[in-house]
Design a protein. Sequence first.
Length: 306
Amino acid sequence: MGQSGGLLEGRGAIVTGASRGIGRAVVEALSLAGASVVVNGRHPEPVEEVVELIQGRGGIAVGAVGSVADFDWTRELVEETEGTLGSVDILINCAGIAEPAGSSILDLSFEDWSELIGVHLTGTFNTCRHVTPRMVERGRGVILNMSSHAYTGRYGGTGYAAGKGGVNSLTFALAAELEEYGIRVNALCPGAKTRLSEGSAYEDHIAQLHARGLLDEVAREASLHPPQAEHVGPMAVFLVSDLAAGISGRLLTARGGYVGLHAGPRESLLAFRDEMQGPWPVEELASELSERFEKAAVAQTRGRER
């Protein structure tokens, strides 16, 4: 993981889900860039391990053990961070949990659904809800929410995909709402090797998705051989630094050396009928849309083959 000098010197940061995997890589990168960091996780031992590592390098780090799904606890997290570090200038939401292996809308329990949405979407809301008023008061701040390509629905599951899709929409809404206050909000789809992307159960899951036609060969191989999590760190540092001034409301990807930009919530014209002509006749509408959808599908396929 490369050094970033003092790019984030003097700034306080909360990184949720920072005790393992992508969150750990991100919080280490922020510390190397000069930020003072709060390392959050649900279990004390891995949190303390990361804190000691950062402190051993001369960085400033404190641990915070708790679940972001708890609204009151996240308020305490923000209050204690402000008291310890002086301010929360950066918030990065990395906390996440895996969906039960092989689950779908056909069998996902309400309890598992609630937990997935609670951590991914409600947890992101909780931290943002408590941090943003303080950022508005100071007239500065940056938020980065970790998303996933699972939001496309191509990687199976129900609650995980819905949670990440919700995070994307929340990101777009916050970016629009907070722009006038000088606060930037983006989302990042990281591609990296973590506890959630290794092991026989994960490999079986990817094989099943490929067999069902949800993943093509390229996506299957990429899923089975993800790069190391440390590659996500530089992108996170860039997005929360002044180098990314003006970048807000965007959904990006960081996977190894690859950086991508998602098209975002946009629509394009499929068909038009003058209202003076009355409502569309269903058969005519079906004919018009079928032709357009066929063309769109061909264009999309060509795009994936590039």
